[in-house]
Design a protein around this ligand. Structure first.
Ligand SMILES: [Zn+2]
Ligand SMILES: [Zn+2]
Length: 114
């Protein structure tokens, strides 16, 4: 097995990089990408795109498992968004109620006309 790999590598000549690398999980597959988190090489099946980067499944798991407590996530904004929407709705209600009640005396005033 090792000999086969060595022959393959030498037959391909120089050329940095992925062509000489094997997937960290699949010894018989060529690496397609390198995980920027752990620096290991993986085949296409072993990497996933996450937040614009291609990382391995292990790093993805560790990143997503600790995401809620350590890293910022859009979900953290949900309560604030709900509060803002609630305030907007309340403000709109007050606004239209205010217009309604402000409009009444005005019309009364004009209607009465001493
Ligand atoms: Zn990784
Ligand atoms: Zn693989």
């Amino acid at each position: 097995m090792q000999d086969e790999l060595q022959q393959l590598v030498s037959s391909q000549g120089e050329g940095p990089s992925l062509a000489h690398r094997r997937c960290d999980n699949h010894a018989d597959r060529e690496a397609a990408a390198r995980c920027p988190e752990c620096g290991r090489f993986f085949c296409r099946e072993c990497v996933t795109e996450h937040a614009g980067r291609v990382i391995c499944a292990d790093c993805l798991a560790t990143m997503t498992s600790g995401a809620d407590s350590k890293r910022w996530s859009p979900r953290m904004l949900a309560p604030y968004a709900a509060a803002i929407v609630g305030m907007l709705v309340a403000w709109m209600a007050y606004y239209y109620m205010g217009r309604f009640f402000l409009g009444l005396p005005h019309e009364f005033h004009e209607g009465i006309m001493w």
